[in-house]
Ligand binder design. Structure first.
Ligand code: PLP
Length: 459
């Protein structure tokens, strides 16, 4: 038995993988990634891949930034662990809170840490309830989210998520949450409806929902400025400013889930800036440490902080927190990671490469398979369809996506197949040459997939 085979057998014997068909994994074994270098990773047979998904939309600095490793090692030697419960603190978490307030839009000046995006969104649900209870608004508890949104998988964040398969057989949602129409004009727009008309219809739906439920029962609206896991959905112009205005009018908090968009992904520090709105709360994670180590941060307004601080004083404590929240090693790595993003102007790099990347993605719409090519900044997707004229999806959803995914692996490209949509989200350190290579490989993958679809007569 080769090493890769024995590892695959051990894996199948003991490890239940996230977001995986366990029986398919037992049959085929996982792709085992062994090491990384810049924007590339290598599997355990030595095969090289350009990692055009940054892992899970998250490795901003690529896969070999030794400065992060060194900072982690130094912190592990100096103070490997301490917590921030009950009047304790440590320097890395203090400095990172200051840094996040500096990066965040004006007015978002307070930070609460967790170790994952899911925990951060769970924490936000509790923070928002605590805040409304502090203000005596005990009925103001419902959440508004969108269909196709991804906010994580824990009980509360999984309830906010609007992807049906993420609820199926998990008995979710358990929160009082209403999922509104996904702002995807290509899929949700009515026949002949312009983007402006579509936006107006979605904003009317929001107003009608608030009127029906009562603004005094709705706590917050949560959304990813640009949706990621739902298929890279860029809302039409005017959508977010419209949502913001309606939330403000009805005293509903606005939460931007920046777990993917944050720290430069769209060519701006945060996605909300690119989409033209200012939230009350942001969920951040992933690129905060380039995912070298787990960390998430909830960044929120002073108004929320003041009410929460008063209530903690009344009760005697803010009784929420995780053992690893604001971990010294994770916060030290985040500080160094943000320092490197600043030094190398990687937010600017995303903005500068946007035209080349998005132009190349749009050109892929010439493929007979591609119904829509979309994206913004350094995230993009092509949606493959059975019939471009009618936008008809393939009869077996996800089958063609998997074919394309297998060709991509063969060609040395890592992308993400979301059903029959192929997503790309390369590290922020990519160069013009890397972008050109990713686009060239995407062209090859689409060509080979189109040939396979024709040959196997899949429609
Ligand atoms: N929010 C968004 C927008 C995400 O994309 C994700 C993960 O992909 C999460 C929340 C959940 O983060 P985690 O997987 O760290 O729990």
């Amino acid at each position: 038995m080769t090493l890769s085979n024995s590892l695959a057998a051990l894996d199948a014997a003991h490890h239940l993988h996230p977001f995986t068909d366990a029986r398919a994994l037992e049959a085929k074994g996982p792709l085992i990634i062994e090491r990384g270098e810049g924007v590339h990773v290598y599997d355990n047979t030595g095969k090289k891949y350009i990692e055009a998904m940054s892992g899970l939309w998250s490795v901003a600095l690529g896969f070999s930034e030794t400065r992060l490793a060194e900072v982690a090692y130094e912190q592990l030697k100096k103070l490997p662990y301490y917590h921030t419960f009950s009047m304790k603190g440590h320097e890395p978490s203090i400095r990172l809170s200051e840094k996040l307030a500096e990066w965040a839009p004006e007015g978002l000046s307070h930070v609460l840490y967790t170790s994952s995006g899911s925990e951060a969104n769970d924490t936000i649900v509790k923070l928002v309830w605590y805040y409304n209870n502090a203000l005596g608004r005990r009925e103001k508890k419902k959440f508004l989210a969108r269909k196709n949104a991804y906010h994580g998988i824990t009980m509360a964040s999984g309830s906010l998520t609007g992807i049906p398969v993420d609820h199926k057989d998990f008995d979710l949602p358990i929160l009082p949450v209403i999922h509104l129409t996904c702002p995807h004009h290509y899929r949700e727009g009515a026949e002949g409806e312009t983007e402006a008309q579509f936006t107006a219809r979605l904003l009317a739906e929001l107003e009608e929902t608030i009127a029906r439920e009562g603004a005094d029962t709705i706590a917050a609206f949560i959304g990813e400025p640009v949706m990621g896991a739902g298929g890279v959905i860029v809302p039409p112009a005017g959508y977010w400013p419209g949502v913001e205005a309606i939330c403000r009018k009805n005293d509903i908090l606005l939460i931007a889930d920046e777990v993917i968009n944050g720290f430069g992904r769209l060519g701006t520090p945060f996605g909300a800036e690119k989409m033209g709105f200012t939230p009350d709360i942001m969920t951040t994670s992933k690129q905060i440490t380039s995912s070298y180590i787990p960390l998430a941060a909830v960044v929120f307004s002073d108004a929320i902080y003041q009410a929460v601080a008063d209530n903690s004083h009344r009760i005697g404590t803010f009784a929420h927190g995780f053992t690893a929240a604001g971990h010294p090693v994770a916060t030290a790595v985040a500080l160094e990671n943000l320092k490197i993003i600043e030094e190398k102007d990687l937010v600017g790099n995303a903005a500068r490469l946007e035209a080349q990347f998005q132009g190349g993605i749009r050109a892929l719409a010439q493929s007979p398979l591609v119904g829509e090519a979309r994206g913004v900044g350094l995230m993009a997707a092509v949606e493959m369809v059975a019939d471009k004229a009618t936008k008809r999806p393939f009869s077996k959803p996800g089958q063609v996506g998997q074919i394309a995914n297998a060709f991509a692996h063969e060609e040395g490209l890592i992308l993400r197949a979301i059903g029959d949509t192929l997503a790309l989200c390369p590290p922020l350190i990519v160069t013009e040459a890397d972008v050109a290579e990713i686009l060239r490989l995407m062209g090859v993958v689409l060509e080979r997939t189109a040939a396979a679809v024709a040959e196997q007569d899949i429609a």
